[in-house]
Design a protein around this ligand. Structure first.
Ligand SMILES: Nc1ncnc2c1ncn2[C@@H]1O[C@H](COP(=O)(O)OP(=O)(O)OP(=O)(O)O)[C@@H](O)[C@H]1O
Length: 732
């Protein structure tokens, strides 16, 4: 049972819930695609909730009932397999409880057997008297589930992907192989040259022959050295190119994913996937090709050994087979450990980044020590995993050494016995020992190669998990790359909740019209959903209910996100400043920057004075995320970026909140001129920014409570009036 129960690895820390459902579906005889399960489970920023899993299970046709139960109830009454909430931050599948043992299929670590106490330690939420209580999700398939079609899991990347890249450089690879072949042949010649010196040169007292052989040896050594030089160069050339291609494929893929993907993936996870690709490099630059050619040596010496003694030959290969079996057992354990180490290293990346990015806040709040302790806890976890990995290696090496030594001893014993029985000469025995030594080295090389290949394969699989994700724009979607004549945007009964089941609706039944060529202002208390509205407008997310229309009837969903975003310019609250010059931050990669447009952008954003005060002007470098400039200057650069882009739609989310009153007044005047004829949506708390808008939409807890012009809403004395009352009083 233990070995038969299905198990799949979770792709990353967020993925345990969907992977549990995949395990369960496989158990009941259907393999469902993890991507679909993930979509059904509504993965949010913090992973998936029990509610999300049960919702996904129901959609898959599996009846799901969640709740708190005591351990005894679970072991006696629950239909297994069920999903258990683990350490309050993870999900596992419990598939058997037998006496004091609990059998678990854990997406993070494989099939594991726990004692009752160990299980309770991880599962128990509370205790009712003496009884431990934890959370489980009962799952039972319904006929709907059995009627479902099996969905073949999408194929990720494998070593074939790497091979395709390697084969792209086939000319160089063939040259490399010829070089290594020549090197191997040369090393096979050396023993014969030595034999020639002894048998012919010394035996016949022929000094000229010895000189000739030594000169030949010198030439061959020089040749070998030259081959090594060229080989190193060619290998570096191929490896660097493949590395860059693999990584740039990955980054290109990231660029094509929906923006919402980045809300669910942790930065550490993505960075670790990139970091991980060093293993691919290790496979390519390491001894992989040499290993292939050492097989040549192995087969030549195998022939010679077979000629000497069949029984010794059989012992050698039986011993080597046991050695490889031993290794393969460990490969599986290594893989499991590697997944854990990946997760912990991803956490480590995230924690380190947090300390570096948040250093100001940390120092101001004086909680550096806690943050470092936090970081140290991850290091301790990493250290424990490294220790486990080390001891696994040591066990493996110890076993391998034992198997090898036993094999060698048996061979020596057999050879010595054969000498005693007169079947072999002492010279033959010495030769056999030399041959065995020569054959052991390729075997060892292959063992090392297996491990490096396993590492590279895992790393490619991890990159592949990103490669199989659906891109934001796919050909079959037939997305439009144009807009209708009327550019008015209409929200019709739009409701939206962030992914992550259980999240309440952030926008509810939104009905509004963003008129072409007009300014629409969105106001509302903090958290009322203004930024979320912009995220829908930027196609970061799609509405859960209702529709957004452009013109009379073009569905917003059918417009290419890339094309649409090209028509939009946005200044977000958390807009990003790149570590580049001021000009670079404004033109954003425009290959033919237009000085007049830059000048206009500086004028509208009131940046001329700031730029001319700098010794390097527009060429002044600003740090990543705008370090070294003020909040107001950052906002003005973001405004200049939008003005330079000169789009049809302009979205401003608190774009002038960090500016002083004078600057704001001037920029708003400039922006009013610049935005003439453009469709503008602006969200702001400041009255000065919104009061001249053609339509003001008032949001309250995700709903539109009022709409109209400033004076109409003031007269109404409702939500809007109360929002801006203080500012009105100040104004008067
Ligand atoms: N990625 C997210 N996942 C889940 N909930 C989110 C996410 N982003 C925002 N929210 C929630 O959505 C609600 C609306 O947030 P939003 O940023 O749209 O408000 P806002 O009106 O722009 O606020 P403010 O004026 O403070 O910027 C908040 O309750 C917030 O916690």
């Amino acid at each position: 049972m233990l070995l038969n129960f299905p198990h799949y690895k979770q792709h990353d820390m967020m993925d345990c819930g969907p992977t549990c459902l995949m395990i369960i579906s496989k158990y009941y005889g259907k393999l469902l695609n993890i991507e679909n399960i993930r979509k059904l489970s509504d993965i949010g920023k913090t992973g998936v909730s029990l509610l999300g899993i049960s919702k996904a299970a129901e959609s898959m046709g599996i009846r799901a009932v969640g709740g708190k139960v005591t351990f005894d109830k679970m072991s006696d009454n629950a239909v297994l397999p069920c999903i258990a909430h683990w350490r309050r931050n993870h999900f596992v599948v419990v598939y058997k409880v037998s006496g004091n043992r609990v059998y678990v299929s854990d997406p993070a670590s494989g099939l594991v057997k726990y004692s009752r106490d160990e299980f309770l330690e991880n599962w128990a939420y509370t205790y009712q008297g003496q009884k431990a209580v934890g959370v489980i999700l009962h799952l039972e398939p319904t006929p709907v589930f059995y009627r479902r079609e099996d969905e073949a899991p999408r194929k990720g990347l494998g070593l074939k992907y790497l091979w395709d890249h390697v084969w792209h450089y086939k000319k160089l690879v063939i040259q490399l192989c010829l070089g290594i072949l020549a090197g191997s042949v040369i090393s096979l010649i050396f023993p014969f040259l030595t034999k020639g010196i002894i048998d012919i040169g010394i035996e016949n007292n022929n000094l000229r022959f010895i000189y000739l052989i030594l000169a030949g040896q010198l030439v061959l050594t020089a040749g070998q050295f030259f081959i090594d030089l060229v080989r190193g160069w060619v290998l570096l050339h191929i490896t660097s190119r493949i590395n860059i291609t693999v990584l740039s494929d990955f980054l290109h893929k990231l660029m094509k994913l929906p923006l919402s993907f980045f809300d669910t993936k942790l930065t550490g996870d993505l960075l670790q996937r990139i970091e991980d690709h060093k293993r691919i490099e290790a496979l390519l630059t390491g001894s992989s090709l040499n290993t292939l050619f050492s097989l040549l040596t192995l087969s030549v010496f195998s022939g010679i050994l077979l000629h000497y003694s069949v029984s010794i030959f059989c012992i050698f290969f039986a011993g080597s087979a046991i050695y490889f079996l031993w290794l393969i057992v460990f490969l599986n354990k290594r893989k499991q450990l590697d997944f854990k180490r990946f997760e912990t290293r991803a956490q480590n990346q995230a924690k380190t980044l947090q300390i570096i990015n948040g250093i100001h806040e940390i120092k101001i709040n004086d909680n550096g020590t806690q943050k470092i302790w936090d970081w140290e806890r991850v290091q301790a976890k990493l250290f424990r995993l490294n220790l486990r990995s080390l001891s696994l290696n040591q066990y493996q090496q110890l076993g391998a050494l034992f198997i090898n030594q036993t094999k060698d001893i048996i061979i020596i014993f057999l050879a010595a016995t054969a000498v005693l029985h007169g079947k072999l000469s002492i010279g033959d025995m010495m030769a056999i020992q030399f041959i065995i030594g020569q054959m052991n080295s390729p075997i060892m090389q292959m063992a090392g190669f297996l491990q490096v290949m396993q590492d590279a394969r895992i790393s490619i699989e991890r990159l592949g998990q990103i490669h199989i994700l659906d891109e934001e724009e796919r050909p079959e979607m037939n997305l439009h790359g144009y807009l209708p004549v009327s550019r008015t945007v209409r929200f019709s009964d739009v409701s939206f909740a962030y992914p992550g089941a259980g999240n309440q609706l952030i926008l509810k039944n939104i009905n509004m019209t963003i008129l072409q060529g007009c300014t629409t202002a969105i106001v509302g208390t903090s958290g009322s959903g203004k930024t979320t509205l912009f995220k829908l407008l930027l196609k970061t997310y799609a509405p859960n209910e209702g529709r957004i229309l452009i013109g009379n009837d073009m569905d917003f969903r059918n417009i290419s996100p890339k094309y649409w975003r090209n028509q939009c310019g946005i200044v977000m609250q958390d807009g990003f400043i790149f570590s580049d010059t001021i000009a670079g931050n404004i033109i954003m990669g425009d290959e033919h920057p237009d000085p007049d447009k830059i000048d206009n952008a500086l004028t509208v954003a009131n940046l001329h004075q700031f730029v001319s005060d700098l010794p390097l002007g527009l060429n002044t470098k600003i740090g990543a995320d705008g370090k070294g400039i003020s909040g107001g200057q950052k906002q003005r650069i973001l405004i200049a970026r939008v003005v330079y882009k000169n789009p049809e739609y302009i979205f401003l989310d608190e774009a002038t909140s960090a500016l002083d009153a004078n600057n704001e007044k001037m920029i708003i005047q400039h922006l009013n001129d610049f935005c003439k004829g453009k469709t503008v949506v602006v969200a702001a708390h400041r009255l000065s920014t919104v009061k001249n808008a053609d339509n003001i939409v008032v949001l309250h807890k995700g709903e539109i409570v009022e709409q109209g012009k400033h004076h109409e809403l003031v007269q109404l004395q409702g939500h809007y009036y109360h929002l801006i009352k203080n500012q009105l009083e100040l104004g008067s």
